[in-house]
Design a protein around this ligand. Structure first.
Ligand SMILES: [Zn+2]
Length: 239
């Protein structure tokens, strides 16, 4: 049974209530969730589930389940076993998630600064990286950092847009402007638009305004393979 994915419409939800749908070997499924499951390179959320008696079950990771819109909340070893049907209050580790949102949105901007196909990516709370199919000598850390920070300073709002496969087919020029081809077959695709800067399919969590990123530092540029030239960043106010 699918879970209602509240983070898709509002990435800023820190708490909500839900009922336990099922408890399996991999973890706990809920009627709805604010926990983002590992995907698109972005780490899964952590946090807690609070029971009616006030006790808590720590959630150490969140993963996709065995079907569309299914999410598994991974409990800490030795945590109390929840029962199907019981109500819980969800709380995500917000400072951690907010760093992930800022870094994730920063990668969207960096993918506009470096004009090359993206061949990989990863976002953890401490740092984020993108791999590009480009010659290493075309990646100038100082230039990437300066241009990305210039975009951040523009303080543009981000916007989630749902578009149907039929609408995409009717607008081939739209697909051409995207750095990543949108997936087809689910009926509709979720896009992130940063007006005047970027439009691309993405299921992750983003900040509402790119100004919230504040600034980034490029900490490393290196060769990770023929088609993988890696640029790693941190938030500039994050050490
Ligand atoms: Zn994204």
């Amino acid at each position: 049974m699918p879970t209602e994915l509240l983070f898709r419409e509002d990435a800023y939800l820190r708490t909500t209530t839900a009922q336990v749908l099922a408890v399996g070997e991999r973890g706990i499924e809920l009627t709805r969730t604010i926990f983002y499951p590992l995907g698109g390179g972005q780490a899964g959320d952590t946090g807690t589930l609070r029971r009616a008696d006030g006790s808590t079950v720590p959630v150490i990771d969140t993963r996709k389940g065995e079907g569309p819109d299914r999410v598994v909340h991974v409990p800490a070893a030795g945590a109390a076993a929840l029962t199907a049907g019981e109500s819980v209050t969800l709380e995500i580790d917000w400072p951690r998630r907010y760093r992930l949102m800022r870094l994730h949105t920063a990668l969207h901007l960096m993918s506009c600064v470096v004009r090359a196909p993206v061949t990989g990516g990863n976002i953890v709370p401490e740092r984020a990286r993108l791999d590009f199919d480009i010659d290493l000598n075309q990646l100038d850390a100082e230039h990437i950092e300066r241009e990305t920070n210039a975009l951040i300073a523009a303080g543009v709002a981000t916007e989630t847009v749902w578009i149907t496969d039929a609408q995409l087919d009717a607008q081939p020029e739209l697909v051409k402007t995207m750095s990543v081809a949108p997936p087809r077959g689910a009926g509709q695709v979720r896009l992130l638009r940063i007006a005047g800067i970027d439009l691309q399919p993405c299921g992750g969590t983003h900040v509402a305004n790119i100004g919230e990123i504040s600034g980034i530092k490029v900490v490393r540029v290196r060769n990770e393979g023929k088609h993988n030239k890696r640029v790693e960043i941190v938030l500039s106010d994050n050490g």
